[in-house]
Design a protein around this ligand. Structure first.
Ligand SMILES: [Zn+2]
Length: 409
């Protein structure tokens, strides 16, 4: 059901839609082969800009229980790059914040505990929060205490009473998933120590637009953040955006926002806010032409795949993640064009991609079948995948990278 056109952050009825990706199934809801005949839920996927606070957001709201508990098969530990990035983040924080056994580090959406493990190994007290049962269980098994609930003010108060204030709160790739954005930030403001640090990572909406990463838009991602939007959001809860780091190769361009209860804005943070104003990220016009560009990519890629297929080529795809599902469903690419999708995540293998029902297999299928082309759906892990698939390429296999323009490697 479509909610009233009110902004998730500022609450103003100031949303202007700029892109529609049609009616798509939930991007993480892989289908079991024995249930292929059952109807799948489809929901409109429309994106809007808030002229009140600059937050980009989708208009549809699917209940979070349906999105992240029943169907959620994402385990962070399946990516080597992500593990390395997390380890560096943790070790940097331990060093800069002089964390020790008396410190408390809290991670929101702690998944299988891959990040907190770095702190726990050094004897630092940690607490994970993650409502996804399988991931939380994996974390517990690895010795990471995990609260299996959605985070908000009520849980934050309970945690502060039980554990004390948090010296560090980490929220990586979760803020976009939160239906009650203000409740989430309020919770962080209640839990953080007076001199504490909150780091929040999320893909940068500027990169989404620049590189036409439309496939990162799906129902699980309610919001797409700029520094301007984050600044307005956290200030509403007595917090300040004090510093910004940029990781160009992570998930298509990720920002790490340093947020705290004390205002101490770095030159870098001020420059980001200033640059966004100059580039117009606080205006609708910045987003207005995006839909046309997305449609051009669709036409180009579908033509290319049809032509290759017409010439007798075999085509597979790499990456059964949500962005792959978004791209395949938006473009209408099914088993007529792509024979199978491979993924390292064993939980996904043997299932079918949502909507288009392309089967998911183990990555070893690329060498077994040696398809002529592999459509790189997980382009955010491009370098990692290319090096893992050196043998497939040595034997003549080629990758098609769809974003920002279809390219053959
Ligand atoms: Zn707003």
């Amino acid at each position: 059901m479509s909610r009233e056109l009110k902004c998730r952050s500022c609450g103003e009825p100031a949303l202007r839609p700029f892109l529609s990706l049609g009616n798509t199934p939930l991007a993480d809801a892989l289908v079991l082969p024995e249930r292929v005949d059952e109807p799948e839920g489809r929901f409109p996927l429309d994106v809007a800009f808030c002229t009140g606070c600059s937050l980009v957001q989708i208009l549809e709201e699917v209940p979070p229980e349906q999105l992240f508990v029943d169907n959620y098969l994402y385990f962070s530990s399946f990516s080597d790059e992500l593990l390395r990035h997390s380890r560096e983040h943790a070790l940097g924080l331990i060093d800069q914040r002089e964390l020790g056994p008396e410190s408390l580090v809290v991670e929101l959406a702690s998944n299988d505990g891959y990040l907190l493990r770095n702190f726990a190994d050094k004897g630092i007290a940690v607490a994970g929060v993650d409502p996804a049962p399988d991931q939380a269980e994996a974390a517990e098994a690895a010795g990471i205490p995990t609260i299996k609930e959605f985070f908000g003010p009520e849980l934050a108060r309970r945690m502060r009473a039980d554990l004390g204030p948090a010296d560090v709160i980490i929220a990586n790739n979760v803020m976009a998933h939160v239906p009650d954005l203000n409740g989430f930030v309020e919770g962080m403001s209640l839990l953080i120590a007076d001199d504490g640090l909150i780091t929040v990572e999320n893909p940068y909406v500027r990169e989404l637009i620049r590189h036409c990463e439309f496939d990162t838009i799906y129902h699980e991602h309610f919001c797409y953040f700029s520094c301007t939007a984050v600044d307005a959001l956290v200030r509403r809860h007595g917090l300040f955006l004090n510093h910004v780091e940029f990781f160009p190769d992570l998930h298509g361009g990720t920002l790490r926002w340093h947020i705290g209860p004390r205002e101490d804005v770095s030159d870098v943070a001020a420059q980001y806010l200033d640059q966004e104003r100059r580039d117009g990220l606080d205006t609708f016009e910045y987003f207005a032409a995006f839909a046309e560009r997305v449609d051009r990519i669709r036409a180009g890629l579908v033509d290319q795949l049809r032509q290759l297929r017409g010439d007798g080529a075999t085509i597979a795809a790499y990456g059964a993640a949500a962005k792959g599902s978004t791209l395949l469903n938006y473009m209408g690419i099914g088993t007529d064009l792509v024979d199978f999708v491979v993924d390292r995540n064993v939980h996904k293998q043997g299932r079918l991609m949502p909507g288009v029902h392309i089967p998911v297999r183990d990555t070893s299928a690329l060498l077994e079948e040696q398809p002529d082309y592999v459509l790189m759906l997980a382009w955010n892990f491009k370098d990692e995948i290319l090096s893992q698939q050196a043998e497939y390429r040595r034997r003549g296999g080629k990758f098609i990278v769809p974003i920002p323009n279809p390219e053959i490697l």
